[in-house]
Design a binder for this molecule. Structure first.
Ligand code: AP5
Length: 251
């Protein structure tokens, strides 16, 4: 959706045959705590393979800044690092999924985040004939996550993501792509990030177990590495998902 890392992704364009070989319409859920790199990895995969990226955080932030009444409600939860209630998120995200052309593959980033969301997603995708093929689980130690999130800066205009130490802009606090002043997300303070990480353990980790029990392939990706390495591991993970899907169909 939002093109957050364009200059890097431009360097990693792949040819179409590579794209179809690796992803072939794979529908993947990217899971992991805040700062694991879900958004950054998604951007690279989208540019490389043309998959559709749907980030619940981006969609909710867009609604939040629209000035709507719903946006005001979302702000309350998001600024505190709390999960937006299931009934609100499910309605918004499932509506978005059904309007997308996911023939080249689908990357769901940040959704589902509770078991209730996962069940509703499964029902909706079953009706569309588009079941999930696999879950990529990104993870890194908590201190790494905290450093990444508290140092993150975002361009409010084009959505490009920076980090004050590992990915700084050329000019201090100014977006390289569009010249807009960068912002620090309201929920990226240490206190709020700790709350988001706690909620991840409490509400989102059970979703992994839910998919494991449903027989969906779970691939664990060590995200404590450079972004290039993490992306390579994610691509290998998707390749494994596709292979096991093909095996399942032929056995
Ligand atoms: P959301 O925006 O989804 O936040 P999150 O899941 O907490 O994830 P982040 O975007 O913070 O982290 P990321 O893993 O994408 O990391 P990134 O790639 O940006 O959700 C925000 C809020 O919305 C929630 O708290 C909740 O209120 C609400 N919400 C969303 N979905 C919901 C749902 N389904 N149900 C209910 N509520 C929902 O990277 C972070 C930083 O690290 C960047 O600066 C990046 O440059 C850097 N970085 C990334 N990878 C590397 C690397 N390998 N090496 C060095 N630096 C790296």
């Amino acid at each position: 959706m939002i093109d957050r890392m364009k200059p890097i992704t431009e360097q990693s364009q792949a040819n179409p045959s590579e794209s179809s070989m690796h992803t072939a319409g794979a529908r993947i859920i990217l899971m992991g705590p805040p700062g694991a790199g879900k958004g950054s990895v998604s951007d690279r995969l989208v540019d490389k393979f043309g998959m559709v990226h749907l980030s619940s955080g981006d969609i909710l932030r867009a609604e939040r800044s629209s000035g709507s009444e719903l946006g005001e409600t979302l702000k309350k939860y998001m600024d505190a690092g709390e999960l937006v209630p299931d009934e609100i998120v499910i309605k918004i995200i499932i509506k978005s999924i059904s309007s997308l052309d996911s023939s080249k593959g689908l990357l769901l980033d940040g959704f589902p985040r509770t078991v209730i969301q996962a069940k509703q997603l499964d029902d909706a995708l079953a009706k569309m004939g588009l079941p999930i093929h696999g879950v990529l689980l990104l993870d890194a130690p908590e201190e790494v996550l905290l450093k990444r999130i508290t140092g993150r800066r975002i361009c409010p205009k084009c959505g490009r993501v920076y980090h004050i130490e590992t990915m700084p802009p050329a000019r201090d606090n100014i977006c390289d792509s569009c010249g807009t002043e960068l912002i620090h997300r309201d929920d990226d303070t240490e206190q709020v990030v700790r709350e988001r990480i706690n909620l991840y353990h409490k509400e989102t980790e059970p979703v992994i177990e839910y998919y494991r029990k449903s027989g969906v392939k779970i691939i664990e990706v060590n995200a404590d590495a450079t972004i290039d390495e993490v992306v390579e591991r994610a691509i290998e993970g998707i390749r494994q998902v596709i292979l096991s899907e093909k095996k399942g169909k032929t056995s």
